[in-house]
Structure formats: C-alpha cells, structure tokens
Design a protein around this ligand. Structure first.
Ligand code: SAH
Length: 253
C-alpha cells in the first residue's frame, strides 16, 4: 500500500520539525537557473497564450500554468525548450507531458467543479514523474495527492517541487494501480500513464459525481477516457481523442 507522507512544504513551522533540511525552509525560494528569470516569464506567458488560443478555456487552469515554472522540472540542458508544447525526457525512460496535454486533462477532470467548490476539492494524480502536473493541479484543487512507482522520480519530483512550497500537495511512492486510499474519496483523478483499463481501485476511490481522466491502450492505440461516477454503483464512460502516453506499469522500482 502507498505511504502518504506529510505535505511537501508545510505552511507552518511545526510541520517541518524533524525535516533534514530545516535551513532551506526558512530562506527565500531559490532563483531559477541564471538567464531564465524574465525570459522564462515571457516564454511561459506565450505558452499560456497559445494554449488559450488552441482551446483551453478554464481560466484557473490557465492561471495555474502561468504560475508553475516548467523549466524547473526539466534538466538544465533542456530548460530553454521548457515552454514549447512538447514532451521532454525526465530520465528513467519517462517524459514530462506536453503542456497542452496537462491543460486538457486537468480541465476535463475539473469541469464539474465550479470555482467556488475547488478549494474544498480533493484530487489524485497517478504518475508524478517530475512533478510538473502535480504542481499545476495543486493550483487548481484544494488538496492533491500524487503517486509515482519509480523511486528516483518520486525523489526528483520532491526536489523539483520544494521551492514552490505547495502545502496542499502530497507525494506518495507506490503502484498507482491501487490508488491512494488514505486520501479518498477524490473529486478528480488524473492518470498520466496508459493502462489496458482504468484500475478498479481508482473507480472505487472516486466520490459520487467525481471525474477521472486516463489514457487507455487497446490494439496498439491509446485514447483518452473520461469516467464520471454517476452513483455509488454506476460509472459513465466517454472515449475522447487519440493520445500517446508512456505505459502504466505494475509494481515499484
Ligand atoms: N505527470 C508527469 C508525467 C509523467 S509520465 C508530468 O507532470 O509531466 C508518467 C509517469 O507515470 C512516469 O513517471 C511513470 O513512472 C509513472 N507510472 C507508470 N505506471 C505507474 C503506476 N502504476 N503507478 C504510479 N506511477 C506510474
């Protein structure tokens, strides 16, 4: 079963006691890599502009994309490409999803929640990777849990996210096929890797009325599936566009 450690940044000093790096918590967040300060703000604004022109409508999702410095989630050699609408390698054979994909998945997963309900909403991400999408989700939903099966990426995400101090985001290590029961029920679930079906525990961890968005593979193709839990025993599926995600794997490593 997945363990669920305390919140990442901890808004209150008490939550940080016992942390191995207390000095960091008291100091200002580190600056972005040199030369990327204003340039990255501009590049990010252009990226968000492009996304809004190509169909992302949810203002809160667009705001969230504007707030999260994507260049801090890729290795320095790739930082100059961080605001292109492309997937980039993050090590361990995995990729950071395209910004347009992140935007679409979160927009779909949050569409049933009016803005006023989002601060009280709970969301789960399966497949933390470098932590970028988790950070965007943490700007949209009140509480976010994200689970990753590759230890090295789980640690990398923790390091990438530290300076953002998102006290409403928790990272879990484990196989996301089981979901994270401790944080359930969720109002929104986003799966960032493609399986042959949506894992049963994820369906069970949805609140009635919740939405889940996941890529599902079949016959060598993948499509985005949107699942809505309409009652305790009924889920409604809508199959959306063709997509391309890394595979959802079993177990941890
Ligand atoms: N959310 C990331 C995308 C990461 S790619 C972003 O912000 O761009 C998908 C991730 O899913 C990979 O890191 C992969 O290791 C992870 N993954 C695959 N199968 C998984 C599983 N069963 N449980 C948890 N994570 C899984």
């Amino acid at each position: 079963m997945a363990s669920l450690p305390p919140a990442l940044s901890g808004g209150k000093p008490a939550q940080r006691s016992g942390s191995p790096t207390p000095a960091r918590a008291a100091s200002a967040p580190p600056l972005p890599p040199s030369g990327l300060g204003l340039a990255s703000d501009r590049a990010r604004a252009n990226m968000v502009d492009g996304l809004s022109r190509t169909g992302v409508r949810d203002p809160q999702v667009l705001d969230a994309l504007m707030q999260v410095p994507r260049h801090q989630f890729v290795e320095p050699a790739l930082a100059s490409r961080a605001y292109e609408d492309v997937a980039l390698p993050i090590g361990h054979g995995q990729t950071i999803s395209k910004p347009s994909t992140v935007a679409r998945m979160i927009e779909l997963a949050a569409a049933h929640l009016p803005r006023a309900r989002r601060p009280a909403a709970r969301a789960l991400e399966v497949g933390t990777g470098c932590g970028y999408q988790a950070a965007v989700m943490a700007r949209v939903f009140g509480q976010v849990v994200s689970i990753e099966r590759v230890r090295g990426l789980h640690e990398q995400a923790r390091a990438n996210l530290r300076s953002l101090r998102l006290s409403n985001l928790r990272l879990a290590f484990g196989d996301g096929h089981q979901g994270v029961a401790q944080g359930a029920p969720y109002d929104a679930i986003v799966v960032a890797a493609a399986g042959d079906a949506v894992p049963e525990p994820l369906l069970e961890q949805m609140r009635v009325g919740a939405r889940l968005v996941a890529p599902v593979a079949s016959g060598g193709r993948q499509a985005l599936h949107l699942v809505e839990r309409v009652s305790a025993g009924e889920w409604q599926l809508t199959v959306l566009d063709a997509v391309r995600f890394v595979p959802l794997r079993t177990g941890t490593t």
